[in-house]
Design a protein around this ligand. Structure first.
Ligand code: CP
Length: 344
């Protein structure tokens, strides 16, 4: 047990069979009940173990076709969904918008209808527009997984982050994050990672602080059950986990910070500043990082404090769990009857 972490509750509370996850799609953490978050985390544990073996193949999804349709750039999410699908035995096809007929003017809905006609068994979508994933989910017959939509949500990122924390603290399956203090600092306004993490961490019982310059803090974010800080030094006091976010320049119109140098001075995580958190506080970053701006290399590469590479490892396991669970109904897995009238 991590010395500074208060005891967490540890129990399995999800209902049996198909009711453990009662959705066709994974469009956001907001749609999930707490027991569904815990269920996906617990399911991912077996895939962490498999992925650490030299033989990493399971045949669960043999014969299924998964399409990863990415309308925005990605390294971690795209590759880990591809690896996840392949390790589970599925045929995985990647569609990059930059080399697709989107460039010829094809609409999002026509693209969705086209992918659906190819009889995909699951479609993973990343898109620059908030709500695009839900729009596509309404047009296709198979499960749709959100790989990040605009400023809205990045649910598998929040799930992998929660799994990473559980692993780092050696918390057993079934554990929530009750009593943990998590500080999220950076461009909260434009961050789907922040939004999904706030939803997941608070559902799991963590106390969440968000910290940003006033221009990069969403209005009324307190309603999400977080404490709001503009002073990073104050936000670090008592933190068990510090989650850093990059400035999302691609979503900014106009100037939100005076200069990168000034931003780093006030909001960059240096080793000196990390000393203001709990002595054993852990550091996370979803990537990609802007080293020397929101996080220094001494922190990002710290052997005992940084969890950044562990986040990537957990990402593959979480995406395997999501692909498995969301395709169970179509695969006719016993105990997973078709949904009727359950939330999408
Ligand atoms: N964390 C994350 O979504 O990274 P990518 O943009 O590389 O997928």
């Amino acid at each position: 047990m991590h010395p500074s972490i208060p005891p967490v509750s540890s129990f399995r509370e999800y209902p049996a069979g198909g009711l453990a996850f009662a959705h066709r799609d994974l469009t956001g953490i907001a749609q999930l009940a707490r027991h569904e978050i815990l269920y996906l985390l617990d399911e991912a544990e077996q895939w962490l173990a498999l992925n650490r073996q030299s033989q990493k193949r399971a045949a669960l999804l043999a014969g299924l076709t998964i399409i990863n349709a990415f309308f925005e750039n990605s390294t971690r999410t795209l590759l880990s969904f591809e690896i996840a699908g392949k390790r589970l035995g599925a045929d995985v096809v990647n569609m990059h918008a930059a080399t697709s007929s989107v460039k010829k003017g094809e609409t999002l809905i026509d693209t969705a209808i086209t992918l659906n006609a190819m009889r995909a068994d699951a479609i993973v979508i990343r898109h620059a527009s908030s709500g695009a994933v839900r729009l596509i989910a309404g047009k296709v017959d198979c499960p749709v997984l959100n790989a990040g939509d605009g400023q809205h949500e990045h649910p598998t990122q929040a799930l992998l982050d929660a799994l990473t924390i559980r692993q780092a603290l050696a918390l057993p399956p079934g554990s929530d994050l009750n009593g943990l203090n998590v500080t999220i600092c950076g461009d909260i306004l434009h961050s789907r990672v922040a939004r999904s993490n706030v939803l997941a961490l608070t559902a799991l019982g963590a106390q969440v602080r968000v910290c940003a310059p006033p221009a990069l803090m969403p209005a009324e974010i307190e309603a999400m059950g977080v404490a709001v800080f503009h002073d990073f030094n104050a936000a670090l006091k008592g933190a068990n986990v510090v989650m850093m976010l990059r400035l999302q320049q691609e979503r900014m119109q106009g100037q939100f910070i005076p200069s990168p140098r000034e931003y780093r001075h006030l909001y960059g995580l240096t080793l000196d500043r990390l000393a203001r958190a709990e002595p054993d506080a852990l550091v996370m970053h979803p990537g990609p990082m802007n080293r020397g701006i929101e996080i220094d290399s001494q922190v990002a590469d710290h052997l005992t404090r940084s969890l950044i590479t562990q986040q990537v490892e957990c990402g593959v396991a979480i995406r395997m769990a999501c692909l498995d669970v969301l395709t169970r109904r179509a695969r006719g897995v016993p105990g997973w009857p078709a949904l009727s009238g359950a939330p999408a």
